[in-house]
Design a protein around this ligand. Structure first.
Ligand code: ADP
Ligand code: MG
Length: 364
């Protein structure tokens, strides 16, 4: 049980700085997910918290205690990696008991901790098996069990599911969600590049890009109010569509023009006038629908149709848009390549970004 405080944390390898001025407060018992594309610095940040990488600048406290110079074994943390690396000649039980035996804990203590971990992870029937007789998902559960028996204050995970196939990933993700419920006082930090894992597991998500924190917030905050274009396009699948547009008028009379000559009214919350500016506007595929009336957001040609049964994805080529615009239409919809379509969205579902990619207005 511990809170963490990261203040102006930096990491440099030689002259190359890979993490810049990271500031983050994590409450005890929180489940935090670090998410971002490969190479953005997630593992490095986690490893600095674990004490496996030196901190080049700034300070880290865990439970109020300075940790910069404290060795990993004294930090009250346990870490689970992508590769589970179990001892192949030891049973599941012994794999989990191993680290406790090193601490000279009593047999009874070890037994009770191992059985507790096995119960949480539903490993009871497998305790006498060797790793080679386990599935990938079961092996990863044993690796998590090894961490649980150490009764850590802070639990760190670095992409623990990425070696598993798709079905196992879903199942093991649910187990990790259960783990969070079973250990409500343990602070957990979980690294992934998978935004679905981030959305489903996190109390709060930290979005990283190129060594910077882009935004910190609950999954739905990031989804509804992304601070910038990066977060807007990273969270959500298929990604948010972004289309250049011109703003005409101001205040209540503000209009957004994607197709020249076809202005679409948008409420501008901020007093700042955007009149005459070229902006980028974003709209999620699930917020687009086919326009029935005279008003529409933009018009385009269907480039291809993906019918998934539960939804139909229309990929629409829109003049002036650099990429195909995706509209997610519920159910089975009958559209053909080459067909002209007009789409629309509710005004409050529109996101607007300036030239630097910053969100121009917050939404309720
Ligand atoms: P992620 O986990 O988000 O994929 P990493 O934290 O592993 O990213 O890496 C962040 C950046 O730091 C990358 O550009 C990577 O090349 C660099 N990096 C990681 N470890 C080292 C190292 N030991 N020496 C030099 N550069 C490194
Ligand atoms: Mg990594």
């Amino acid at each position: 049980m511990a809170d963490l405080n990261l203040t102006n944390i930096k990491k440099a390898y030689g002259k190359v700085e890979v993490l810049h001025d990271i500031n983050l407060k994590i409450d005890r018992g929180e489940f935090i997910v670090f998410v971002g594309p490969s190479g953005c610095g997630k593992s490095t940040l986690l490893r600095m918290i674990a004490g496996l990488e030196e901190i080049s600048g700034g300070s880290l406290t865990i439970g109020g205690n300075p940790m910069n110079d404290i060795p990993p074994s004294m930090r009250g943390i346990a870490m689970v990696f992508q590769s589970y690396a179990l001892y192949p000649h030891m049973t599941v039980y012994d794999n989990m008991a191993f680290s406790m035996r090193l601490t000279k804990a009593s047999k009874e203590e070890i037994d009770s901790q191992v059985k507790n971990a096995a119960r949480i992870l539903q490993l009871d029937p497998l305790l006498n098996r060797l790793p080679k007789a386990l599935s990938g998902g079961q092996r990863q559960r044993v690796a998590i069990g090894r961490a649980i028996v150490r009764n850590p204050d802070v639990f760190l995970f670095d992409e623990p599911l990425s070696n598993l196939d798709a079905a196992l990933r879903v199942a093991t993700r649910l187990e990790i969600a259960n783990l969070k419920e079973s250990m409500p006082d343990t602070t957990m930090i979980y690294v992934t590049h998978d935004q679905v894992e981030a959305m489903t597991l996190a109390d709060r998500i930290v979005v990283l890009s190129a060594g910077y924190i882009e935004q910190v917030g609950s999954p739905l905050e990031l989804y509804t109010n992304p601070a910038n274009l990066f977060v807007a396009q990273f969270i959500g699948s298929p990604a948010m569509n972004v289309v250049p547009a011109k703003v005409t008028g101001s205040g209540a009379a503000t209009r957004l023009e994607v197709t020249p000559g076809m202005p679409f009214p948008v409420p501008i919350a901020s007093a700042k006038t955007l009149e005459g500016q070229d902006i980028q506007f974003g709209v999620r595929p699930e917020d687009l629908r086919i326009a029935e009336g005279a008003q529409f957001l933009f018009e385009g040609t269907v480039s291809f149709v993906e019918s998934l049964g539960e939804v139909t994805l229309l990929h629409i080529s829109v003049e002036r848009a650099p990429e195909l615009v995706v509209a997610k239409i519920a159910g089975i919809a009958d559209y053909e390549k080459g067909q002209r379509v007009r789409v629309i969205a509710d005004e409050d579902k529109l996101h607007m970004f300036d030239a630097a990619g910053l969100t121009l207005r917050g939404k309720a």
